[in-house]
Design a protein around this ligand. Structure first.
Ligand SMILES: C[S@@+](CC[C@H](N)C(=O)[O-])C[C@H]1O[C@@H](n2cnc3c(N)ncnc32)[C@H](O)[C@@H]1O
Length: 233
């Protein structure tokens, strides 16, 4: 069996406990991957632009294709070009699993009504124009139907609300992503904007320790490529 994942390499190592599978991980930026000497022998990382036409040697190669957390990379509310590449990588009868955050369900919560969430909310308000530039993200909750329209069999969308014990962990993750946004996007446009967002984030980190959280649902969508696959519209 071959399994292919776009993933953080650390998680790849954790999941590669079976020696009988070959796990190929793909990312456009391999600087994030550990040296190959530190990967299990059945795990390999490859450079791939997932949005470009699929290289011939990857067509029909994998039993399972797994993709996670591409929500911020999908443009025009349309994951179909990427999905077609993923389906192209599958053997007939192979399975696809796509894990995503549903940002549409995003909300700010507090552990106690007396806690003021205004700085965490201010961080979200600050980054909203950048988020909005990418267009709506309603495709995430429609992904099961999109799988069906692309000819995948038995598409199922599973929705998971974040358990409260993970609120803090998830919030710190989200804040660190926005810190990256402040450096990689805002600083390049106007350093003052980047600095302003980082100031808000440093207060938001403290608020998150007091019990303010940003949470959104996760969705997991699975489907099977038919023996004879006809591309959808
Ligand atoms: C939010 S991270 C998710 C990483 C990993 N899949 C996970 O779930 O932990 C998004 C990843 O997509 C990668 N990426 C960005 N553009 C890409 C592209 N065109 N093709 C493939 N990977 C890309 C980034 O380098 C980054 O590692």
């Amino acid at each position: 069996m071959s399994v292919m994942k776009y993933t953080f390499a650390a998680e790849l190592q954790y999941k590669s406990h079976t020696d009988s599978a070959q796990l190929d991980g793909f990312d456009v930026d391999l600087t994030q991957a550990p040296p190959k000497q530190w990967l299990p022998s059945n795990v390999a990382m490859h450079k791939l632009d997932a949005f470009s036409p699929l290289p011939h040697d990857l067509v029909g190669k994998y039993d399972i294709v797994h993709l996670r957390l591409f929500v911020v990379l999908i443009k025009h509310n349309n994951p179909v070009p990427l999905l077609r590449n993923l389906i192209g990588m599958l053997k007939p009868n192979g399975y696809i699993q796509w894990d995503e955050h549903d940002h549409v369900s995003q909300k700010v919560v507090t552990a106690d009504p007396a806690i003021n969430p205004k700085t965490v909310q201010a961080v979200l308000d600050f980054v909203r124009p950048i988020d909005d530039m990418m267009g709506p993200r309603t495709w995430v909750s429609a992904l099961g139907d999109i799988f069906a329209a692309q000819g995948l069999l038995r598409p199922r969308l599973y929705r998971f609300a974040l358990p409260p014990e993970l609120y803090r962990y998830d919030t710190d993750n989200v804040l660190s992503v926005y810190e990256e946004v402040s450096r990689k996007i805002l600083d390049r446009r106007d350093k003052r904007d980047g600095e302003e967002l980082r100031k808000l984030i440093s207060v938001a980190y403290v608020d998150s320790q007091q019990g303010v959280a940003i949470c959104h649902d996760k969705v997991v969508v699975v489907g099977q490529k038919p023996k004879e696959h006809h591309r959808g519209t």
